[in-house]
Design a protein. Sequence first.
Length: 472
Amino acid sequence: MTEHVDVLIVGAGPTGLTLGIDLARRGMDALVVEKADVLFPGSRGKGIQPRTMEVFDDLGVIDAILTQGGAYPVGAVWQDGRKVGEHQMFGPSETDPDTPYGTPWMVPQWRTQEILSARLTELGGTVAFGREVTGFTQDETGVSVGFASGTAVRARYVVAADGGRSVVRRTLGIGMTGETVDPNPMLVADVRITGLDRDNVHVFPPRGDDGFLAVFPLAGTEDFQVIAQFPEGTDVDLSPDGIRRTVACRTHLAPEDVTELRWASDFRPRAALADRFQQGRVFLAGDAAHVHSPAGGQGLNTSVQDAYNLGWKLCAVLRGEAPASLLDTYEEERRPNAADMLGLSTKVHRGEARRGEATRQLGIGYRESSLTEETRAAGEGLRAGDRAPNRTVAGVRLLDAFRGPHWTLLALGPEAPAVGDAVRVVQGPAAETYSTGLFLVRPDGYVGWAGDTEDGLAKYAERFNLGLPNGS
């Protein structure tokens, strides 16, 4: 017996859950499978960047993210049991009409996944736990996937969101090219601690042969996240007593001040990029496609962007609204961006760049994409391929207009041509940042086509069966 679905998503982390939500809201028959019996229990990827906040706004989870998270507090630098300075975690930023979510937001990864999982369930989607992929074969019409236990699945497409050690990627034989960012092993652990306030990130600089240690109060919880660096070659002790010793040796706290260990892991910071993001009907997304140092706060966020880019394209192809070649643009658009974010993460880790404008991911775009068409004369300002920023036009907040699986036509000055049901129209005067013109915004919030007049718009829209009259 074999179960048939449109899309099989392997891995129920932020990447897989985001893609599951995007497909579920579009009415696609998608199944998320996870080899573990529960969602990931740790806080590892805790920073939600502003661009990801906009994605979460679109997917209907922003209220829960805001309510159950919090802003990053100022870092307090400790020495000999005293606070001796402050450390700003991020460069300066401003919240303005273009960027309603201007600064990173702290949400432990386990909670982000709970929020995403609840939204997926609300939309009728499913996560099947205890489903470990053992192998698969693909042909011209689909992919047949086997599991260690449970029914085999036949899917029209498969998306590997199963992490840096991706079984799917290895089965495909796709290599990863990268480097060791730092030979020193790292510890990350979720603990309960007494004796530290929750108003600061507590930073303890290196002392002797020991590396730094930092303690983050995890917003919306009673937990702290401990991050510690160790000398090269150290076998990191992840036991409760081992973590208590690490904290006591590097801070003014006593071992017993660490009252509970909730989760712990160790890793060696590295940066690696998959040689390809697609092979046939199988796609790589998230950590299966790119592995980051956590220092820049880019890994989870880049992964969410992968899913957001791929979801609408899969739906358009599955519905027959676009040719299968549309899926080739996933790698075309996402792999260069992932490479840029890997480089940025590495620079932040090595102290060569600050967490600032670039790490917020608001400047990521697809100007060079084959899906991008700019018909205006060269100029400054917003161009096709750029993220469509928020503004209020004729009383309509653009992030509200973009929310949903549709395309959006912004007619700012010129009269909007007639469009089909797949396109929402916002008509109004020229808006700051956008200026005057017509802007066709993709379902993932990027300007696909821009022009001073509607000439060429219908031809572009035909690629996606958007129902614009041929005369436009």
